[in-house]
Design a binder for this molecule. Sequence first.
Ligand SMILES: Cc1cc2nc3c(=O)[nH]c(=O)nc-3n(C[C@H](O)[C@H](O)[C@H](O)COP(=O)(O)O)c2cc1C
Length: 410
Amino acid sequence: MTSSSANNLDTRPLLFTPIKICGLVIRNRIIASPMCQYLSVDGAPNDWQLMHLGRLAIGGCGIVFGEETAVEPDGRKTHNCAGLYKQSHVASYRKITDMIRSNGALPAIQLGHSGRKGSCHDAMRDWRALNNSDAENDLPPWQVMTPTAALSPPRPIPHKEMDQDDINRVVDDFRTATKRSIDAGYDIVEIHGAHGYLIHQFLSATSNQRKDNYGGSLANRMRFAVEVAAAVREEWPKQRPVFFRLSAVDGKGGSWTLADSISLAAALREVGIDMIDVSSGGITGSSNMPMVPRIPAYQARFASRIRHQANIGTIAVGGITTPQQAEDILRSGKADMIAMARELLWNADWPAHAAQSLGLDDPFSYLPTGYAHRLRQRESQKQMNINQDAKLIEKNFNFFLHASKSDSGP
Ligand SMILES: Cc1cc2nc3c(=O)[nH]c(=O)nc-3n(C[C@H](O)[C@H](O)[C@H](O)COP(=O)(O)O)c2cc1C
């Protein structure tokens, strides 16, 4: 544990108060949020992810999430998305988890399935659907699955509407990927149930109008999410936490509401989910539901409502950029932890800087020992006697700048 634990418990910023979830102690409340990189090769991460996630770990986060990781090849969004659908992937993830842990953070994986949002280009190309001409460049489109094919935006290959076998198989894929995540050394697993991907497609009536046990009533639409969550929880060690990321509300024109999210969070708590990571959006439609404004901390109020009404821990994410804003979210009881994505791309050492700005005794302790040593030395240099006396400073610089050649030595 860092030196922050030596500070007075009442006055120590909550952001830097370690938190215990299940049997796991996390050094602070700052999470590096999942961030797709679109640089995996056949699902496997490489030196890029090692460097990118390593950079976040040494900056002082408590938890470092890897990007959304598909539980089956067709559950990726693009050909270059990460996956954990082969046993041979495990070794490349193990390299990353070892490195994150050895730098004081806990490694976390986000498991997901894209459903109807698969078979496309990456974010830089606005997720444009792959078509037959992409096949000439070794990027063939593939058939995507979804709860209700007729409601899905068109793809060159018509969607497959999932039957019971497909549903069972995907739940099983989550189970297998969970076991592989244990082998790969992760401390935390998160289920991606947000942003319009497969689980969210089942939740929202805008994308799900099935007539079987997985459509219609709220309980039926939640069934797939709860089955996945129960399967993951069953495989994951009890002393390690399972998180679930949901979209608190659909995107513009959608139908999934905050009240639905509260019901879902309560149901997830019942099957042993420890924390809800509260995002929003991803499914659009033609209702009068507005877009969520992108103001600072724009999803924190959703996290608060879910935390208090579903009685479960929450993570606030979205538009959090300043230490005081993060501290206020925790102090006001809106969330138990905060997650950040884009601000960490801008400033990967944000946690150490936040520790300084919130007045911690030794903010450098959040950085690697070698960095911390040199930075403490730089601080103590400011106190050297020679630096306190303006006349002496001037005299010494006069010596260097104006001394004749013979005065200044050979
Ligand atoms: C480059 C990038 C990639 C992202 N990839 C994922 C992802 O794989 N899974 C996910 O749930 N969210 C993903 N997100 C969303 C972030 O995790 C986060 O929720 C969102 O960016 C809002 O937080 P921010 O305002 O701190 O960036 C991504 C965001 C960025 C910027």
